[in-house]
Design a protein. Structure first.
Lengths: 291, 168
């Protein structure tokens, strides 16, 4: 008599799936995931290349309408940026002079210049990867990039694009792929500050995919349009990576803190190439110790 | 159709979901290709094959996710098991029950996924997740189920012909 294998097979697979979750949470699944990703990585690259090729044709019509709207927006933004550029040149000149005086660069070869050098050094120094896909889980905001632990990428490393605009941090790696948790993921938290006023706060993602700067003290002045950068507090991120600009400020009398809605520095849906910062100067913890 | 064909189909579907469908927005949502294939195969072939497809499809999705490994695997295995139950055949003609089960399976799959995420401490809102992601996906999977059915039946017949050709 033929026995139905259905029920017990279902139970075995369900228990196996639960075991996978437990092992994943305990971090014991890394090697197995790495092996499986060796199969997935080439397929992901191939399909991504095809999708990009096809998408460039089919997306062109849709893009025309979007582009017209963007051009109008960019024209007005450009005007503001030209003015800001003049001011920034002034700051740059002043900054260079101060650096020469302090001999800052010789003593700290990379500190403070990372926002610039990341772009200039490009893929020769930092692992440089293409974004080949996004998270299959619609409730998470991760992107998958084509560099992995074989390239020296490790969990926690910051990822930038389009200059020094930070898009997120490495959350998981496999030999050939890395999973970047975007800064607009609901679980993402980045210590940040306003570039001009030096006001400190936390930048966090929301479930809608927006960026918010929170924990801003009520008496701090927050101006719309001000640039938000990483603050390096905690030592897990270099200072000066651009996160976005203040779009609006939210403060109710009953609130303990102010919040600022942030316009991200990059369009997270259109990220193509990124750089992973594998190393940056960190404060010497021994110096911070109380004698 | 053996898993020799099932694995590549589910893997390519997961990769397409990651590389292409994430950018597609129809009715405010996007279809769940792997989930749709798992439900369709379960309805056609029953729970025994449904759980295997759910398990394999889940692993493919988990490999392309930054979240905990196993979230999709468990969700899709449950969906594959339930969609393959005999009572599903009482839901009407093939295409009707496929469409209904695609929608129900999507809602169930997302419910399990969201519940697991909440239990594991992810920042997600069950109500909002349903409203903005699960329900639009269920509608889209409902509409796409005839295409998934046609594809899998066509592929099934084609692969059987090839396999019998090898045997001869």
């Amino acid at each position: 008599m033929k026995r139905d294998r259905g029920p017990w097979l279902a139970w075995v697979l369900l228990i196996l799936a639960l075991v996978l979750i437990v092992l994943s949470e305990s971090g014991a699944l890394g090697p197995a995931e790495g092996l499986l990703s060796l199969v997935v990585a080439p397929v992901e690259r191939a399909v991504s290349a095809i999708v990009k090729g096809v998408g460039s044709v089919t997306g062109s019509t849709r893009d025309v309408i979007e582009l017209q709207q963007r051009v109008a927006g960019l024209a007005s933004a450009n005007e503001a940026l030209v003015q800001e550029n003049f001011r920034l040149r002034e700051y740059q000149a002043e900054n260079e002079e101060l650096r020469r005086q302090l001999n800052f660069h010789q003593e700290n070869p990379t500190y403070g210049s990372i926002g610039v050098d990341v772009v200039e050094q490009g893929c020769t120094i930092f692992p440089c990867g293409d974004v080949v896909g996004q998270d299959t889980n619609p409730y998470l905001r991760f992107v998958i990039i084509t560099v992995g632990s074989r390239d020296g990428v490790a969990v926690g490393m910051p990822v930038v694009t389009g200059g020094a605009a930070m898009i997120g941090r490495i959350a998981r790696t496999s030999p050939n792929l890395s999973y970047v948790q975007l800064i607009n993921d609901p679980a993402s938290l980045v210590t940040a500050m306003l570039q001009q006023s030096r006001v400190m706060g936390l930048v966090e993602g929301t479930e809608e995919g927006q960026l918010l700067m929170t924990n801003i003290l009520p008496d701090e002045e927050v101006a719309e349009g001000e640039t938000i950068i990483t603050s390096s507090i905690g030592g897990i991120l270099p200072r000066g990576l651009i996160l976005g600009q203040v779009e609006s400020v939210i403060y109710l009398e009953s609130d303990l803190f102010q919040r600022a809605v942030i316009r991200p520095a990059v369009d997270f849906r259109r990220i193509e190439t990124v750089l992973v910062i594998t190393d940056f100067p960190q404060p010497d913890l021994e110096e911070l110790a109380i004698p | 159709m053996s898993l020799y064909y099932g694995i590549p189909i589910l893997l390519i579907a997961a990769v397409m979901q990651s590389a292409w469908l994430e950018d597609v927005r129809i009715l405010g949502g996007r279809p769940d290709l792997v989930l749709l294939l798992v439900v369709t195969w379960s309805v056609i072939r029953g729970a025994r094959e449904g759980v295997v497809w759910g398990f394999v499809g889940g692993i493919c999705c988990d490999l392309l996710s930054g979240g905990s490994f196993g979230l999709w695997t468990l969700s899709l295995t449950i969906v594959g098991f339930l969609a393959g139950q005999p009572w599903v055949h009482a839901l009407g003609p093939t295409l009707m029950r496929l469409a209904l089960m695609s929608a129900l399976g999507t809602v169930l799959g997302h419910f399990v996924l969201l519940t697991l995420m909440i239990l594991l401490g992810y920042v997600v809102d069950l109500g909002r997740g349903f409203q903005t992601v699960a329900l639009p996906a269920a509608v889209l999977d409902f509409l796409l189920s005839p295409f998934a059915f046609t594809f899998l039946v066509w592929f099934h017949h084609r692969s059987r012909r090839q396999l019998s050709g090898f045997a001869q």
